[in-house]
Ligand binder design. Structure first.
Ligand SMILES: *Cc1c(COP(=O)(O)O)cnc(C)c1O
Length: 438
């Protein structure tokens, strides 16, 4: 059953003319997005006390409200205060609290932006913001600073700047389309954009990050699938945070994408009072893999403004990972990451499994607490690498056209072909003193 009586009732309260076909029409959903407290009260029959209402009005003035009828239909009205769907869709006054440690743009996406729309942080891949609109404004949005900016669909000319940057930057082999939600663009625009990017010779894969399967699954139409199919390899990542979001409609959307041949991943955000529970996360990852979605990342909640009530200690994420590693299928566990404030990128964090180490023995512990040893080889011939693959007997037949990238960062410290012995922070006082005394 894809369409429930409750949804029919809700649809009628939103729009007298509604029918099953309009409920399942994504444009009807977008047109009837709930943007005011009055409308929200009218369709859900929830009544907020008048003192709360004032706070809510102030909150939505700063961070606007926008919920799709579909996502709203998932709210447990009788127990809404405790409902994970409600908490992600509807704001609360805590959003107006700003902590000193919070930043407008915690990931410095705007600073690492060479041209409008592009964030180029990693050597070989870029994030391309192709839309600034979403059907729903998730309350925990890391780009909260931009939520409620005037909605506009970028023109081809505006997108052209990003496309040109990618075309002129040969090291970019992976392009991640994000937003806003890229699937807010029309099928024609998506078709055009993917065709432009896929024609760039050095682009090997395109990825799309979208929350549509969760908040507006009817967007995944047969026509959209047939457009996307032209541009394989195309990877699609979505954003389920709670098992309650996996519904008949969202399962149908995911099945279409999986049948279309797109590898599917999921990025969850760890959210206090929503999914900060090892049991909830385990049910979520199991439901995801049952539906052919591979859990990809579990994000520590960013230091964006207005998210303090959603943040957990990092220990909660480690505890969740501890409950997954070994306890369930390897492909059902995401990588837990902290996106470094200031733009350092994603940093994976894990419980510790190495307990100790000598020159030829490692002591490890497993998920059960069993302590074990791994005996390392006594006669390993170190293999020196000077990055000259022609002289090496390992068979990496490098395509000469590929520009081999230089080692950077910690990889460079480990490299045999680099003389770098340390990475020193800028403004290191000791080094400055040396220079002054020289
Ligand atoms: C997350 C992110 C990517 C992609 O990172 P992966 O670890 O490859 O998924 C690329 N660019 C930016 C700016 C990102 O935040």
């Amino acid at each position: 059953m894809i369409y429930t009586n409750a949804q029919q009732e809700l649809a009628n309260r939103i729009d007298d003319d509604s029918s099953i076909s309009s409920w399942r029409n994504w444009k009807w959903q977008v047109k009837h997005v709930i943007r005011s407290i009055d409308k929200f009260e009218q369709v859900t029959e929830i009544k907020f006390p008048s003192d709360e209402r004032k706070d809510l009005e102030r909150t939505f003035k700063k961070f606007p409200l926008s919920v799709t009828p579909y996502y709203l239909s998932l709210i447990d009205k009788k127990n809404y205060k405790n409902d994970p769907i409600f908490k992600q869709a509807f704001g609360c006054v805590d959003e107006l609290t700003t902590l000193k440690s919070e930043l407008e743009d915690p990931l410095s996406e705007d600073k690492d932006s060479p041209v409008e729309g592009i964030t180029h942080r990693y050597p070989d891949r870029v994030l391309f913001h192709v839309s600034n609109i979403c059907s729903m404004y998730c309350r925990h949005c890391t780009r909260k600073r931009k939520v409620g900016d005037v909605d506009y669909v970028p023109s081809r000319d505006q997108l052209r700047k990003g496309i040109d940057y990618i075309a002129n930057t040969p090291q970019v082999r992976d392009v991640l389309l994000s937003g806003g939600d890229p699937f807010m663009l029309s099928d024609e625009m998506i078709d055009w954009l993917l065709s432009e990017i896929s024609q760039i010779r050095h682009v090997e894969v395109i990825r799309i990050g979208t929350r549509m399967p969760v908040v507006l699954p009817y967007r995944i139409t047969d026509n959209l699938i047939s457009v996307l199919k032209k541009y394989q390899p195309l990877w699609i990542n979505t954003h389920f945070n709670h098992p309650r979001e996996i519904t008949p409609s969202s399962r149908e959307a995911i099945a279409k994408l999986a049948d279309g041949g797109f590898p599917l991943g999921n990025q969850s955000v760890l959210l206090a009072d929503v999914n900060d529970c090892p049991r909830i996360m385990k049910v979520l990852v199991h439901k995801l893999v049952q539906n052919r979605v591979r859990p990809y990342y579990l994000y520590q909640c960013d230091l964006s403004e207005g998210l303090s009530h959603f943040r957990t200690p990092i220990g909660k994420g480690i505890e969740i990972m501890e409950s997954l590693v070994g306890h369930t299928s390897g492909f059902a566990r995401p990588t837990y990451v902290i996106d470094a404030p200031g733009g350092g990128g994603k940093i994976p964090v894990m419980p510790n499994y190495i307990i100790s180490w000598s020159t030829n023995k490692v002591v490890l512990r497993n998920y059960e607490g069993v302590i074990t040893t791994y005996k390392e080889p006594d006669s390993y011939e170190p293999r020196m690498c000077d990055r000259d693959c022609d002289k090496c007997d390992l068979d990496l037949q490098l395509n000469k056209e590929v520009d081999e990238s230089e080692a950077i960062g910690i990889e460079k410290l480990l490299s045999d072909s680099s003389d770098t012995i340390s990475l020193v922070p800028e403004n290191n006082e000791r080094i400055q003193r040396r220079e002054e005394n020289a």
